[in-house]
Design a protein around this ligand. Sequence first.
Ligand code: NAD
Length: 238
Amino acid sequence: MVNPLPNILVTGSTRGIGASITHALKHRALLIGHGRQDGPEVIGADLSDPAAADRLWDAALTRLDGRIDVLINNAGVFEATPVDAPLPDWQAAWARTMQINLQAAADLSRRAILHWRERGVGGRIVNIASRAAYRGDSPAHWHYAASKAGMVAMTKSIARGFAGEGILAFAICPGFTMTGMAEEYLASRGGDKLLADIPLGRVADPEEVARAAVWLALEAPASMTGAVLDINGASFVR
Ligand code: NAD
């Protein structure tokens, strides 16, 4: 029987925003998730390894019977690197963040495009970037902001370059989004002060980001390709 549901690979689906996305896609897609380690419905691949994204694509394709229709690049790290860190540590931190947040997403997007080309069909890529792409981030997170700005630029390049082949690309830029324990989360993002900067008066729920991701993955009009959606309680409007 032909499977009428789209096949979707979601990276970083084990928790946080990725877990909300897979939850919201349940019954609407055939899913394969991804995390650092193998698990039920999850392919393990450490994206800090430059070869891992390509292996993940192959494994996901096998698990989804040779067809992937939508790629959601959500996995990412937010790791502090102080400006006075020794140069080797500083450079290693930059390389790690760039590898996980940007290069792995690029490698997966590349495979997705080649896959859709080979099959002569279109497809969709949804990239979870960040408000930091436009606004910048803390003094210890330039590399994070740069990786997310790179992701936005990559999204727009894919949209412009491959729309003629029916390949669509979108990005979402969440602001603070409450994943995990509230206290731990707030502490990692600078404490209560962060709320003062959000006109909506609260950080986003992962479910709000997931709703936007699902809409882009399944429903957004093709003419929207290249669009970047902000989800930040008006803490940064552009
Ligand atoms: P999280 O830390 O809760 O989850 C991150 C996911 O990425 C996990 O599933 C983890 O397994 C995966 N991951 C991280 N490093 C990996 C590695 N080396 N190899 C394989 N998988 C790895 O994060 P989250 O808050 O849910 O964030 C999800 C995405 O949203 C990220 O790209 C993040 O940058 C972005 N984002 C989050 C916020 C926020 O405030 N939570 C704001 C803006 C953007």
